[in-house]
Design a protein around this ligand. Structure first.
Ligand SMILES: [Zn+2]
Ligand SMILES: [Zn+2]
Ligand SMILES: [Zn+2]
Length: 436
């Protein structure tokens, strides 16, 4: 682990990570490969199960017919980790394990045959919290079902699983239920540069990172490698934090999500001051309540990719009710974003651009620190402007996006490289235009 951070006891939060040195905004604090990981079922056909590259044509494992790879090299490198899993997958066919079952099995295989060079971890799986004592019964039941599925999945490959777990694994890892609970509480979602969620992984040392609703660090992935970067200047001894959840929501909702999912009450500065709640809920309440209530139906249309109906509903709401509410209102912002998404999918570029432009002041307001979501939104707007021939505007948006993404993703990230190329394209197109 890089020498910029160290483990410490964070007052009121238990274990945490703190800065050992002064860390400037944008600095790569550490990068690490997962102890265990897998592509999520949703993306199993489109993403290489070894390197997480998205690819149109992937080679399929001839045995389990589940794992897919870019090429023979990826398949070969994946084989030592996939070999046992492959037989489990075959045994379960035609059923498929859930993502957390598949990841838990991978973790158990790793724990039973630990790699030699893992002494640098700051935090062991044994120390990971399962939070079983804090969970409501219903959630525990759900996890028990997953644990039963895990046992069934591994049964043929390791018939004496319980025995081996008891004799070879640390005390807190001997039950499949506690493994499942540890995995669900501590796994990270692995996303691509554009924040599309592709899979799940365990990065034990970074599980020490505590949450803050205005964090000083951000995680970005390159393939399966997790990169942690500072988004604020950090002093020695200061705690390093990330956000476990989408920060674009009001205090009450953030706290509820953190309690349900992570079993703690957030006491960060943003929660104590309820900073931004007022502006997120600005405008006439009876109007924004209508927008808020429409959200779940609209999200349904979005997940069904019903773009035509989604765009129609969003446009109706924004014209009839949205006028009563400022653009910064959280629910109006969410609906404007969905309208943007729908119009992009329908190829209605001008509409898309007008929705995109409307969201930018709110993004600027709600993401005071560099944040990938803000950078990506600017990039999206820039691409629309470019496509519609507004080259100068596009270059302006790309430049703003670059200011953010070079800090959150780093200048050598493929996404940032892609952005730099777009800026170059704009510059050369402007040189070609006759001056007026
Ligand atoms: Zn690959
Ligand atoms: Zn296979
Ligand atoms: Zn908070």
């Amino acid at each position: 682990m890089a020498p910029m951070l160290e483990r410490f006891v964070s007052p009121g939060k238990g274990n945490g990570l703190q800065a050992k040195t002064k860390i400037r905004r944008g600095v790569l604090i550490t990068s690490t490969e997962p102890l265990a990981y897998c592509v999520s079922n949703k993306w199993a056909r489109e993403v290489c199960h070894h390197c997480f590259t998205r690819c149109e044509t992937l080679l399929r494992c001839s045995q389990c017919k589940t794992a897919r790879y870019c090429n023979a090299a990826c398949q070969k490198q994946a084989w030592p980790g996939h070999k046992k899993e492959c037989r489990c997958l075959c045994n379960l066919l035609p059923r498929r394990p859930t993502d957390s079952v598949r990841l838990s099995a991978r973790l158990i295989f790793t724990l039973l045959n630990p790699p030699q060079s893992n002494s640098e971890e700051l935090y062991s799986i044994d120390e990971h919290k399962s939070h079983l004592d804090l969970m409501p019964e219903q959630k525990k039941e759900g996890l028990s079902e997953l644990a039963a599925m895990l046992e069934l999945y591994m049964q043929k490959e390791i018939p004496d699983l319980k025995q081996r777990m008891t004799s070879e694994l640390p005390l807190s890892c001997r039950e499949t239920l506690s493994i499942i609970a540890k995995v669900t509480c501590n796994c990270f979602t692995i996303s691509d540069g554009e924040l599309q969620e592709l899979g799940v992984g365990l990065y034990p040392s970074l599980s020490l990172l505590n949450h803050d609703c205005r964090p000083n660090c951000v995680m970005v992935f390159r393939g399966t490698e997790l990169q942690l970067r500072a988004v604020q200047d950090i002093n020695p001894g200061e705690e390093l934090t990330i956000s476990y959840i989408e920060t674009l929501s009001v205090t009450e909702d953030r706290q509820k999500q953190l309690e349900d999912q992570y079993h703690f009450t957030c006491q960060c500065q943003r929660c104590s001051s309820r900073d931004q709640d007022g502006v997120m809920l600005s405008g006439r309440e009876d109007a924004w309540r209508q927008l808020k209530e429409a959200l779940s139906r609209l999200e349904g249309l979005q997940s069904e990719s019903n773009w035509r109906e989604l765009l129609e509903s969003c446009s109706d709401l924004l014209t009839n009710v949205g006028e009563e509410v400022p653009d910064e209102n959280l629910y109006k912002l969410k609906i404007t974003d969905m309208a943007l998404d729908a119009s992009v999918h329908l190829g209605r570029w001008e509409e898309a651009l007008s929705f995109g432009v409307k969201t930018l002041p709110a993004y600027r307001l709600y993401y005071p620190d560099p944040h990938p979501v803000h950078g990506l939104q600017l990039m999206r707007v820039g691409k629309l402007q470019h496509h519609l021939g507004c080259i100068e505007d596009a270059l302006g948006s790309f430049k703003e996006a670059f200011k953010i993404l070079k800090l959150t993703h780093g200048e050598d990230h493929p996404l940032t490289a892609d952005l730099m190329m777009k800026m170059e394209e704009c510059r050369s197109e402007m040189d070609l235009q006759p001056s007026s």
